[in-house]
Design a protein around this ligand. Structure first.
Ligand SMILES: *Cc1c(COP(=O)(O)O)cnc(C)c1O
Length: 386
């Protein structure tokens, strides 16, 4: 059936170009706009802002840079506290350290795997008692699914603390009919190579606060004062997106809806094929919105199905298929070992459990039906031979 080592590698999430990108790149070349800034950057910003319905957008060199500038806009300074989802990629919290602030991690809700309202409530009560409220809250939309913003925003609003929405994984998803990434005071997207659409590397900061975006724009280009000579009164960064990469982004944005459909279809194939197996539980889709299913994620209960997530990852690797564990929660990272953490339930750590049993399957929008079958057959074989 399979020839070991001969089959083409199946990646977790690889770039998927449409062809449109080359036309835009050719335009950048023919006009010699091979620079950070340029007409493609401006157009990419306004096209993305239109797509998600944000007041404005700022194209940056990465999603991490966008989070960093959002934290600065929120006024996060040395010694400040920032609340952040624990079950996420390190990039959600690294910029908190860039600002010499301290992250406090918040557990997940098992219903949607995103920030738990109950845990956030507890963290705020404790912070109030200590007399030190957070300067900002970073809410992550995991694997393409929006967090439950209505209750989260209500709590943050009560304490008057701005929300930064890390929508790096959820561009194209919705929450109660609104585009993911536009629920917080600031939203960020990533166009890293593994994301739903990519510029190879890049990011975007969105907000309805255009004045704040202008400030971030200033910071992102070395904070150069308006003067004929080079004059600087504030610290700045070199965070702008290149015009060539923005050209790729414009081409990708045109097919974003197709990419969401394709990833959701990959999820459906896995779901239907593996439904019959006891002990596999897919990340639920919350009723309040549509997930982009950036990655198909599931829980593998070894007691019930006889194999662990790690066993499945190994079996897939043998067949030249890339699968990964769920993000290791940030409160379990050596880097953050001294940080506070608030769990969803008094007696249980939800994100740690999701990590323990979590598995992410290849989910690229460019996977063909045979490739999805290869993954499914390998998992079935692994489960049947336990
Ligand atoms: C990818 C990602 C980022 C960082 O984006 P980059 O563009 O790689 O800097 C931030 N947060 C989450 C949740 C991500 O998945």
């Amino acid at each position: 059936m399979f020839v070991l080592g001969k089959s083409k590698r199946i990646y977790l999430s690889s770039p998927h170009m449409s062809g449109n990108e080359l036309n835009y790149i050719a335009e950048a070349f023919s006009t010699n706009w091979i620079a950070p800034l340029g007409p493609h950057v401006d157009a990419f910003e306004s096209e993305l802002a239109d797509y998600v319905g944000a007041g404005g957008a700022l194209a940056l060199s990465s999603g991490t840079a966008a989070i960093h500038l959002a934290l600065r806009l929120a006024g996060v300074s040395p010694g400040d506290v920032v609340f952040c989802s624990s079950l996420t990629f390190i990039a959600s919290a690294n910029p908190v350290l860039y600002q010499a602030a301290r992250p406090v991690f918040i557990d997940s809700d098992p219903e949607n795997w995103n920030m738990s309202t109950a845990a956030l409530e507890q963290a705020f009560s404790a912070a109030e008692e200590r007399g030190k409220l957070p300067r900002a809250v970073v809410v992550v939309n995991l694997y393409g699914q929006s967090a439950d913003f209505t209750p989260l925003l209500k709590i943050c609003g009560r304490y008057n603390v701005p929300v930064i929405e890390d929508a790096a994984e959820s561009l194209g998803a919705t929450y109660k009919g609104r585009a993911s990434g536009t629920l917080g005071k600031f939203g960020i997207y990533s166009f890293n190579g593994n994301k739903i659409v990519t510029t190879s590397g890049g990011g975007m900061l969105v907000s309805d606060d255009l004045e704040a975006l202008e400030k971030a724009r200033f910071w992102s280009t070395q904070a150069r004062d308006p003067a004929r000579h080079y004059q600087h009164s504030e610290i700045g960064f070199n965070y702008r997106l290149s015009n060539v990469l923005a050209a790729i982004g414009r081409g990708q944005l045109k097919v974003l809806d197709d990419r969401v459909r394709a990833r959701r279809a990959v999820f459906s194939r896995y779901y239907e094929a593996l439904l019959e197996y006891d002990g596999l539980e897919f990340m639920p889709e919350a009723p309040y919105g549509q997930s982009s299913r950036w990655l198909t994620a599931l829980q593998v209960d070894q007691d019930r199905c006889g194999v662990s997530a790690a066993d499945i990852i190994d079996a897939l690797a043998e067949r030249n298929i890339e699968a990964r564990p769920v993000w290791k929660p940030l409160h379990l990272q050596p880097l953050f070992k001294d940080c506070l953490y608030y769990t969803h339930e008094t007696d249980g750590d939800v994100s740690a459990k999701l990590f323990e049993k979590g598995l992410c399957l290849p989910s690229g929008s460019n996977m063909d039906s045979d490739e999805v079958d290869r993954v499914i057959n390998c998992i079935k074989e692994c489960l049947n031979n336990r």
